[in-house]
Structure formats: structure tokens, C-alpha cells
Design a protein around this ligand. Structure first.
Ligand code: ASP
Ligand code: MG
Length: 403
């Protein structure tokens, strides 16, 4: 007998037919003699719809109330699933975040999990029930409901798998695994049998939307066997693990794009020590998340500093720079929101020279201009015009994976 955690995303439980299909998967797992914990997301676009309702009444609603509201979506899913399973003769019980002891900090809207007690889960499993848990939600030290950030149900599932020492954590979604690139954007994309935690974490934070990046971080930390698979097709998925065989000796494992980025350029800063420090200290104090940074070589006593930030930090960044115009002493600020970051990721890069050159060659042949470059051990990112991003992914993909 194994203990299995299964997570189903919003599209997998969108309506009654979807719920019935998923209930079938859960019932099969349970009837095969396993203990099953199921984590669900809110149905379809429920979370967005709830946020729209809030905005209609108060566009500046407090984060506490927003969490109270958003957490209801997942409760609808778990109760409906419990009813459906029981109708099929499978004993089941639905539980909220606080009922299972999902303790988080008080950062409403992006709460961090502190611990999962899981006593109630143990008790219910002991009584032979399938346990359905509301994803995305927890409870803070003051006893209020928190949410883990958009897409956070993956993280709930992995945290529960870690706390309960589950044998595996299966993330069911509407694609049948992790691909070398988004198959909707890159028709030649291939499914991967395996990917390392490290690669998956990079891809998730660089814009690939398969998994919440914190879920991968947790899986790595607690050595959770993670599998991404389809709730619509019965085929093997992708295993996310510490080391992969890399049988094909792939130089890169995946390509991702992030369009939620904005390019700032501070033009005509005085070329003297301490300028970069001042700019980035101010931004850090405002909690702006700066990504790629580029400083031009000084010319006639002035220099330019460019950097990217997430679109959600755009207004804040502009305000900070404008408020400090006098003390920073620059000529002008340029803002370009029509950019995208395209990245390649792969542990194979470490041992293969020339990966960056091949990537840039693909872009050069396609006459796609690179605005900025940044690299780490296992990733190379370039900033390109937003309307070129899909083509960039395709030409890079073709370069490394063929037609
Ligand atoms: N329902 C939440 C969201 O849409 C959490 C999740 O789907 O994982 O962000
Ligand atoms: Mg969702």
C-alpha cells in the first residue's frame, strides 16, 4: 500500500463532467489499495471571477478579505468532489486548510507555509477515507485564512506530500507533462520523460506555467517524488527528480518566455562611484524585484543603467525614480513594456561549451535583436521585443532539437 498525493488543477475540475472524470482517477487509485490524499484548485476561472467581484465593490480591498474570498473557490471543488466520490461508493471527506493544520505566515496573498500538522488527515486515512484538501489556502498565527499566491495549489500538494511522507505526489493538469517548450507556442516541442528539480525550478520562474515554482523548491528540499501528468489522457507524464539520466545528452532541457517584464533605462547618470548602489538601494527599499541589469560604458562623464522589473512593479519603479530625480541626477527615464524574456535552461550547459553561441546564432539568423543578456550556470536569458518572443522560442528550439 502506498500513500499518494494527487493534485488536480482548475481546468481538470471545471464542470460536472470534469469532476466525474477526475473522481474516476481517484477511485481507481483508491481501489488499487492506496491511501489517497487529493488537493484541488478552484474550478476553471473561479479565482479570477472572485477577484472581479471584489474589484467591483472595492478596488482597494484589503488582502485579508481578498484571501477570505479567494479561498472559497477551492472549498467548492473539494465538497463537490466528495459528493461525487461518495455517490460512486468511495468513502471521502473534504477538509479546508485550517482543518488539516496548514500553518502559514501572515503574508496575505503570498503566504509561506510554516508547517503542516496533518493529524486530521492521518485520522481520516486511518478510517479508510479518501481525503480531499482545499489547495492554495492556509491559516496564519492569528487564526485568519491566508492564500499562497496564484497557482499555489501545487505548493499545497507538495507540502502535504512532504509532511505526510507520501510515496509520491502527482500533479494532474491539462497537458500530459513538461515539454521542451510550450507546445501551444512551439509546435515541435517534445515531452520530457524526466527533468531535474533545478531545471524545473528555473523554467517555472522564467515563465513556464506548468508548476508553481515554490512547489518545485519544496519538492527538492524534502525529496518529494513529483510527477506531472494529464487528467485527460492516460499516458505517463514527466518525473521531476534530483538527477536525470539525460540519455539523449541534451544541451538544453527547455525554453521559456516571460512577457510579464518591463525594461527601464536611466539615461545620463553622472559617471561616478555609488550611482548603481543608490539606484538599486532605493528600488530594494521599495521591494522592487530587479532582474537583468546592464550598465553602459561611461562616455563623456555620463552613463546609462538599464534593468528589467516585473510588470506588476512598473508603477512603483517609476515613482521611486521620479521621486529621487534630484538626488540621482539623470537626464531621462525610458520605459519599454513591449519586451519579453526568452530563456533556455539545462544542466547540460555546465559541461557543453558553446550553448550561448548556438542560441545567439539562431536569433541572429532569424534577425531577432537581443536587447540584454543574462546567464547563470544552467540558464541563458535574452530580452527581445515582445512580438518576436514566440518566433525566438521557435528558432532556438529548432536549433537545439531540430525540426
Ligand atoms: N485557484 C488558485 C489560482 O487560480 C490556486 C491554484 O489554482 O493553484 O491561482
Ligand atoms: Mg488555478
Amino acid at each position: 500500500m502506498s500513500l499518494i498525493v494527487q493534485k488536480f488543477g482548475g481546468s481538470s475540475v471545471a464542470d460536472a463532467d470534469c469532476i466525474r472524470r477526475v473522481a474516476g482517477i481517484i477511485a481507481d487509485t483508491f481501489r488499487a489499495g492506496n491511501e489517497v490524499i487529493v488537493v484541488l484548485s478552484a474550478q476553471g476561472d473561479t479565482t479570477d471571477e472572485l477577484l472581479d467581484k471584489a474589484a467591483e465593490l472595492n478596488p482597494r480591498a484589503s488582502k485579508r478579505e481578498l484571501d477570505m474570498l479567494m479561498s472559497t473557490g477551492e472549498q467548492v471543488s473539494i465538497s463537490l468532489m466528495a459528493m461525487c466520490l461518495k455517490g460512486m461508493g468511495v468513502p471521502a471527506v473534504s477538509l479546508t486548510g485550517w482543518q488539516i493544520g496548514m500553518h502559514t505566515n501572515s503574508d496575505y496573498g503570498s503566504a509561506r507555509i510554516e508547517r503542516v500538522t496533518g493529524e486530521r488527515i492521518k485520522k481520516e486515512l486511518g478510517q479508510g477515507r479518501v481525503v480531499l484538501v482545499a489547495g492554495f489556502q492556509g491559516i496564519n498565527p492569528s487564526g485568519d485564512i491566508t492564500t499562497l499566491g496564484r497557482g499555489g495549489s501545487d505548493t499545497s500538494a507538495v507540502a502535504i506530500a512532504a509532511a505526510m511522507h507520501a510515496d509520491k505526489c502527482q500533479i494532474f493538469t491539462d497537458v500530459d507533462g513538461v515539454y521542451t517548450a510550450d507546445p501551444r507556442k512551439v509546435p515541435g516541442a517534445r515531452k520530457l520523460n524526466e527533468i531535474t528539480y533545478e531545471e524545473m525550478q528555473e523554467l517555472a520562474s522564467l515563465g513556464a506555467q506548468v508548476l508553481h515554482n515554490r512547489s518545485v523548491e519544496l519538492a527538492k528540499k524534502y525529496d518529494v517524488r513529483l510527477e506531472v501528468l494529464s487528467s485527460f489522457k492516460n499516458t505517463p507524464g514527466t518525473l521531476v527528480k534530483e538527477v536525470t539520466k539525460n540519455m539523449e545528452h541534451l544541451e538544453i532541457t527547455g525554453i521559456a518566455k516571460d512577457t510579464e517584464t518591463v525594461l527601464f533605462a536611466i539615461i545620463g547618470l553622472k559617471d561616478e562611484p555609488g550611482k548603481a548602489f543608490k539606484v538599486f538601494r532605493l528600488l530594494a527599499n521599495a521591494k522592487v524585484n530587479v532582474d537583468i541589469i546592464l550598465q553602459s560604458i561611461g562616455r563623456s562623464e555620463s552613463k546609462d543603467i538599464s534593468f528589467t522589473v516585473p510588470k506588476s512593479d512598473m508603477d512603483k519603479t517609476l515613482a521611486v525614480l521620479e521621486e529621487n530625480r534630484d538626488s540621482l541626477g539623470y537626464e531621462q527615464i525610458d520605459v519599454d513594456a513591449n519586451v519579453a524574456k526568452v530563456s533556455t535552461v539545462g544542466v547540460g550547459m555546465v559541461s557543453t561549451p558553446g550553448v550561448a553561441a548556438r542560441m545567439f546564432e539562431a536569433l541572429s539568423d532569424a534577425k531577432i535583436n537581443i536587447n540584454m543578456i543574462s546567464t547563470s550556470e544552467i540558464k541563458i536569458s535574452v530580452l527581445v521585443a515582445a512580438d518576436q518572443a514566440d518566433r525566438a522560442m521557435n528558432v532556438i528550439h529548432e536549433k537545439f532539437f531540430g525540426k
